[in-house]
Structures are given as structure tokens and as C-alpha cells.
Ligand binder design. Sequence first.
Ligand SMILES: [Fe+2]
Ligand SMILES: [Fe+2]
Length: 304
Amino acid sequence: MNTRIVQLSDIHIGSPYSFRYRPACLTNFKQAMKQVEAFDVQPKLIVLSGDLTRDGETHRFELTALKELLATYPYEFHLIPGNHDVGGRFELDRFETISEEKVVRYKSVFDDKFEVVVDDVRLIGFNSFLLGTNFSAEDEQWEWLQEKANEKGSWKKQLWFMHNLPYRESPFETKVENKEDEYGAWYAYIDLDRQHRLMKIIKDSKVDVIACGHSHYFKDRTVDGIRHVNCPATGFCVPTSKLGFVVYDINENEIVVNQHLLDVESPEVEFGVGGHIPFDKRDYSLGEKMTPAIAEEVNALLHQ
Ligand SMILES: [Fe+2]
Ligand SMILES: [Fe+2]
């Protein structure tokens, strides 16, 4: 039996209520969904592997708007957060890093991990930004991952999902990224201790694919027996990438992984400034249609 799973990543759907907005991200997401809906073989479910929003780490209304949007599609979606949804790697600047408060806010809209078994396939997704925080939620998640790894089920294949990249060159590498000298690499990965712990769990429990987003480009490689798939973004490109998503066709013998590019990329222009902006540099007067509830949320942010 063939089981089809679709992974979309880095959809980055923001909001015209924000201090910045890329309407193209929403249009591109709809384009990706249109292509999925046209498949002869339909996916059993769709995984969204983080960076669901532009600024969901500060705007709860971006998360609730996404929930409403997903409810309009006839698909089962399973989500995990990215740095734009719960904050990025611990020890980033204060306004950008993950915090317990951001995780609680996210979890008031979506769960930050999932497990689902469909046909003979088990899918696990987790919040990779907890790794390295020492929050109590990190310990709880490790316990959960270990418990999942120890379980024996009827599934024949396993795919696990996280947002940032599980390894750089190899799962058990020893080179530590230096935040000062190699910021881009440091930003992309989890810390080395957590990497080794996670990769041991992945290897011991014979996970067939560890898939991620965050990179915004497609890659499919196997190193030290661990297959790692990077999903491209639907939201926006990095210099060497194209917008697209990943389709997994899974049977007892193999997992066929294909990148599907978007047939059309939206040319819509954005407003506001890119990058990660401190609160005092955010100009909310650019937001087009502030409702009373959202105005209250934004005011609370600006005066915290
Ligand atoms: Fe992203
Ligand atoms: Fe990301």
C-alpha cells in the first residue's frame, strides 16, 4: 500500500494588521494547496513544519488567523512551530529568542508537538526550539521523545519532523558553531549536546526520515544511516532556492521523496521592514485594518 504525505514549510503567513506584511506568502500558500488538491493521488495528511507565521512569536492573532484558514481546507493538518512562531534559538537577542511565555501563547492556539499513525506510517513532530533552553518543557519533551522512541507499534516506516536543521555535516559531528564567527550556521542548528542526544534517539528507534524546514531550500541526503530531508519554503525564497513543497510516497520497501515547485510565484510587494526588528523599531501605523481586539493586543506589546 502506498501512503502519500505532503510537507509544507515556512509558509510565513502574516497579517495586514502587523508592522510588516508579505501578502505573497498567503497567495503562495494557496497556490501550493491548489497544486495538492489537483493531485490524482491525494495525501493522507499534510505536515506544516514551522514558520507558520511572520510574527506569531509576538502576535497571537496571526496564529488564530492561520487556524481559521486551515479549517477551510478538507485536509488533516499537523503542525509544529518555527522560530517565527515561538521565538528562535535560545540566547538570541531578547525580542527574538524563544521564551516560556511565547511557548504558552503558541500552545493556547496549537499544540507544539504531534504523533499520528496513518496506514503503516508513524509521524512525529516536535518543538525543536525547546532543545537547549533548559525550560521544564524541554525535559518534558525529551521524556516524550524517548517514550515515543521506545514504543513498538505496527508501523513499518517512521518520519519525524522538526523546524530547524538536525545536523550540519553529519549527525554525530563534533565541530561546535561559534555564535560570533558563524552566526548563520549557529542560527540554523541546535546545540551539539542536544544534537547528539536527538540523533541517538533517531538512530536507535530506526526513524526512516528526519525532516525539517527553516533552510527554505530542498535537500535529501543520508549520512551515517540517517536520512535527512530539508523542505523548501512556500513563503519566500533564499538566494539559491525555489518555492515548493515535498511529497513523500511511502510503502513497505521505500520512501520516495520529491520536491514539487510552485507553478506560479506571487509578485505581490510587502510593506514594513524585513529581518528581526526590536519592538521600538516597529511601526504599527503601517497595519491596515486594526480591529479593537488586535489594537489592544498590539498596545499591550508596545507597552510591555
Ligand atoms: Fe522560515
Ligand atoms: Fe525558521
